[in-house]
Design a binder for this molecule. Structure first.
Ligand SMILES: Cc1cc2nc3c(=O)[nH]c(=O)nc-3n(C[C@H](O)[C@H](O)[C@H](O)COP(=O)(O)O)c2cc1C
Length: 338
C-alpha cells in the first residue's frame, strides 16, 4: 500500500468493498487513542482511513527519553487499524523532517500535518491554526516532511508514504480562496478541510458549501490533491450524501464516533453487546494507556455507549466511578432488563 488515498478510491479500493467517497476517522486528542482505534477497527467493517491523535514533532525530537517514550505511546497501533495516518504538529521544518523519517520507520501509511488546531499551547509554537497566518512556513513544512520521507524511504528501500494536511477555512475569516492554493502548490495527497474558521472554533455549523468551493478551486488549477470535508457528519449515509452534494473525494468524521465503534458498520448492537464492548474498551484503555492517561478520558464514551433509557441508571453510576476496576465491576453486576 503506497499511496493508499489513490488505492482506496479506485479499483483496488473497491476490492476492499468501497470506492469513493473515502471515509476517515478524525484525529481527536484523548478520543481516538490507541485503545479506541483498535475497538473501532474490530467492530466497524467498512474500509476507512484511521488518524492518530496529534503528536508534537518538537516533542518527538527534543523531549527526554522518558518524554519521547510517552509520546510514542500515542503512535502505537495494530495492523487491523491500517491504513493509518500519523498526525503531527509543529512549526520547525527541521524537526518535521526528522519526525517524517520516524513515522516511515514506524510503518505508518501516511503522515498528516495539523494546520487547524486552535489550542493556545499549540498556536504559541506557531503550529496548528497559526500556520494559516504564515503560508510561507506552512509550505516549507510540507516540503520538509516530503524530503524526510523521500530520504528515508530511499535508504530503507521502502515506498514513499503520502503527506496530507488538515486545516480550516481560514483564521479570523474565511480565506479559502487564498489559503487553499498555497497548500495545493505543494501537492499534498489530500487536504482535509474542517469547514469552519479558527475563530469559529466549533461554535457554528460546518459550512459544507465551502467544501464544494474547495473542490472547484482544486479543479481549476488541475491539482490532483484529494479534498476531504470535515464537520458535523452524523452517519455514513450523511457523509455519502454530503460528498455527493459537494463532489468532495471524502469525508472525515469526528465527534459522531465517540462511544460508537459501530459507526462504520451496518450492525446495530443490542444492550448486552454494548455493555460487553464497553467493558472490552475499558480493559484495553487500562492495559494500553492506564499508566499515561486519566480514567476520566474514558467517560467521554459512556454517554453514547449507554444511550438507552434502560441504561440511564448505570450510566449515571459509571460517571461517578474513579477507576477501571470499579467501572468493570459495576457493568458486570448490572442486571439487564428482560
Ligand atoms: C476532543 C477533540 C479532540 C480533537 N483533537 C484533534 C487533533 O488532535 N487533531 C486535529 O487535527 N483535530 C482535532 N480535533 C478536531 C477534529 O478532528 C474535527 O476536525 C472536529 O471535531 C470537527 O469534526 P466533527 O464535527 O465531525 O467533530 C479534535 C476535536 C475534538 C472534539
Amino acid at each position: 500500500m503506497s499511496n493508499f488515498w489513490q488505492e482506496i478510491s479506485t479499483q483496488s479500493g473497491s476490492a476492499l468493498g468501497r470506492k469513493k467517497p473515502i471515509l476517515c476517522i478524525a484525529p481527536m486528542a484523548d478520543v481516538t487513542d490507541a485503545a479506541f482505534r483498535y475497538i473501532i477497527a474490530k467492530y466497524s467493517k467498512l474500509p476507512y482511513i484511521t488518524y492518530t491523535e496529534f503528536v508534537s514533532a518538537d516533542g518527538l525530537v527534543l523531549a527526554s527519553e522518558e518524554g519521547k517514550k510517552k509520546l510514542l505511546k500515542n503512535l502505537e497501533y495494530k495492523e487491523i487499524e491500517k491504513p493509518i495516518v500519523a498526525q503531527i504538529f509543529g512549526s520547525n521544518p527541521e524537526n518535521i523532517e526528522k519526525v517524517a523519517k520516524l513515522i516511515v520507520g514506524l510503518g505508518f501509511n501516511g503522515l498528516d500535518i495539523n494546520m487547524g488546531c486552535p489550542d493556545r499551547v499549540v498556536e504559541k509554537q506557531g503550529a496548528g491554526a497559526a500556520l494559516i497566518k504564515n503560508s510561507k512556513l506552512a509550505r516549507e513544512i510540507i516540503t520538509a516532511a516530503k524530503i524526510g520521507i523521500k530520504e528515508v524511504t530511499k535508504k530503507l528501500n521502502k515506498e514513499e508514504i503520502p503527506v496530507s494536511v488538515k486545516t480550516r477555512l481560514g483564521y479570523n475569516k474565511d480565506e479559502l480562496e487564498e489559503w487553499l492554493p498555497e497548500l495545493l502548490a505543494e501537492n499534498p495527497a489530500a487536504v482535509i478541510i474542517h469547514a469552519r474558521t479558527r475563530k469559529e472554533m466549533s461554535k457554528v455549523s460546518a459550512r459544507w458549501e465551502r467544501i464544494k468551493k474547495a473542490v472547484e478551486i482544486r479543479d481549476k488549477i488541475k491539482s490532483k490533491t484529494f479534498i476531504i470535508g470535515n464537520g458535523d457528519i452524523l452517519s455514513v449515509k450523511d457523509a455519502i450524501q454530503k460528498c455527493k452534494e459537494t463532489t468532495a473525494d471524502g469525508a472525515m468524521i469526528g465527534r459522531s464516533i465517540l462511544g460508537n465503534p459501530w459507526f462504520f458498520s451496518d450492525h446495530i448492537p443490542d444492550l448486552k453487546e454494548r455493555l460487553g464492548v464497553l467493558s472490552e474498551h475499558i480493559e484495553l484503555f487500562e492495559k494500553k494507556l492506564g499508566d499515561l492517561k486519566s480514567f476520566a478520558i474514558m467517560k467521554k464514551h459512556f454517554k453514547v455507549y449507554l444511550k438507552n433509557p434502560q441504561l440511564k441508571k448505570l450510566r449515571l453510576q459509571l460517571m461517578e466511578t474513579e477507576g477501571y476496576k470499579e467501572a468493570l465491576d459495576l457493568i458486570s453486576r448490572y442486571k439487564l432488563p428482560n
